[in-house]
Design a protein around this ligand. Structure first.
Ligand code: ATP
Ligand code: MG
Length: 390
């Protein structure tokens, strides 16, 4: 039995069908991150779990109990919103302890809980201040403290870090991760931030237009996307996607991709059985930027490297990496190379492709083309058509 089971949940606002049968199950201690484009229904789903919005159809089970009709105050769930409304006239301690006071928790116990939360969030020295005297990040921590002292069964976070500057976001991200590790709490967390999703989650759910596209570990969603949408959505810089023709060459299956002066031929080593059926047809090929490198940086131990000479179109140093853009299959392709590599636009150089990481998609349905045995992720594959939105 899962700890939180979202079972075939629908939400309609009048005629608008916002959630179209969401199925997600997580275990106690899981950190589920919901991602997806604006308007895909992430906040709606969170609000339904919290009990702030009624469920149109389906079931919500928490710890085996059906909570569809349970009043929010009785769900034992704490939610931290994007705009963490603190009571301006109360001190930090008052804000954190308010919920406990409402529930008539004795003063000594309250003080103890506030102290413990403040220590955890490193805001002990701020307990007597008013919210107006705090920075954004400190306010954020107070809002989190208010949720923490309740020791709920489940935490819900709706883009809690979106108001913070880049540096603070990274610090808070680390703190949330440590908090999760220390307390082992179960969390459902909404974010727009790719790195936040990858670093915090034990499970990622990718949503689009009110439908679940994929549910899996961060690594499986990243390496083994269910469809073109997930492939393009997860990762920054995003996965390279090019049209390729699957053919047979000397008895082996290969992918041929048009390049500026001739063609690049890459051997098919992954999902070979499924791609047999695509011989002499076009597919959409996906390869992550880090799977295209300079030959010296190529991972020859775990990967299967195939080299090709291509022209450099653009060089983008980021400090830690050097992104090199070339043209392939009529598209710009991003390769991650060794920083400091002496490359300049117009020059030809060897690119090393790790073909073991290459994934293929049906250009029409956008579904992944993969071998049965390769399906390591929980699939709800019903790839939404391009442009579709709620
Ligand atoms: N009360 C409502 N009445 C009608 N439609 C609503 C209502 N609340 C939300 N919606 C619609 O439901 C869809 C999903 O909204 P939701 O806020 O869940 O999206 P989201 O994924 O959280 O987006 P964002 O990333 O922008 O926060 C949107 O198209 C929105 O316009
Ligand atoms: Mg939202």
């Amino acid at each position: 039995m899962s700890f939180l089971h979202i079972h075939n949940v629908h939400k309609r606002f009048g005629d608008t069908h916002v959630l179209k049968g969401i199925d997600i199950a997580i275990e106690k201690g899981d950190f589920l991150v919901l991602v997806g484009p604006s308007g895909c229904g992430k906040s709606t789903l969170l609000n339904m779990i919290a009990g702030l919005d009624a469920i149109s159809e389906g079931e919500l089970l928490l710890n085996g109990e059906r909570i569809n009709d349970l009043h929010p105050s009785r769900r034992d769930i704490a939610m931290v919103f994007q705009s963490y409304a603190l009571y301006p006239s109360m001190t930090v301690a008052g804000n954190i302890g308010f919920g406990l006071e409402m529930r008539k928790v004795p003063k000594a116990k309250r003080r103890e809980a506030i102290q413990r939360a403040a220590e955890l969030l490193q805001i002990e020295n701020l307990l007597n201040r008013k919210p107006a005297q705090l920075s954004g990040g400190q306010r954020q921590r107070v809002a989190m403290g208010r949720a923490l002292v309740r020791e709920p069964q489940l935490f819900l976070f709706d883009e809690p870090l979106s108001n913070l500057d880049a540096k603070l976001r990274v610090d808070m991200r680390t703190e949330i991760k440590q908090l999760h590790q220390r307390l082992g709490t179960t969390i459902v967390y909404v974010t727009h931030d790719q790195i936040e999703a990858m670093t915090l989650a034990t499970r990622i759910a990718v949503m689009r237009g009110g439908e679940l596209q994929q549910l899996g570990t961060p690594q499986s969603v990243y390496d083994d996307p269910n469809n073109l949408f997930v492939a393009g959505f997860m990762g920054s810089p995003s996965m390279n996607l090019v049209t390729a023709r699957i053919t047979r060459q000397d008895g082996a299956l290969v992918a041929r991709i048009a390049s500026a002066n001739n063609e690049v031929t890459l051997p098919i080593v992954r999902d070979r059985a499924a791609l047999e059926a695509w011989c002499d047809r076009d597919v959409m090929l996906g390869l992550r930027p880090e799977a295209i490198t300079d030959p010296a940086s190529a991972n020859r131990e775990d990967g299967e490297i195939h080299e090709a000479e291509l022209e450099v179109a653009l060089v983008e140093p980021t400090g830690a990496d050097l992104y090199v853009v070339t043209r392939l299959g009529g598209r710009s392709i991003n390769a991650r190379m060794r920083p400091g590599a002496p490359l300049s636009p117009g020059q030809s150089t060897r690119f090393a492709f790790d073909v073991s990481r290459m994934v293929a998609f049906d250009p029409e349905t956008e579904a992944r083309i993969r071998d049965e045995t390769d399906a390591t992720t929980q699939v709800t594959a019903r790839p939404a058509a391009l442009g579709q939105n709620v």
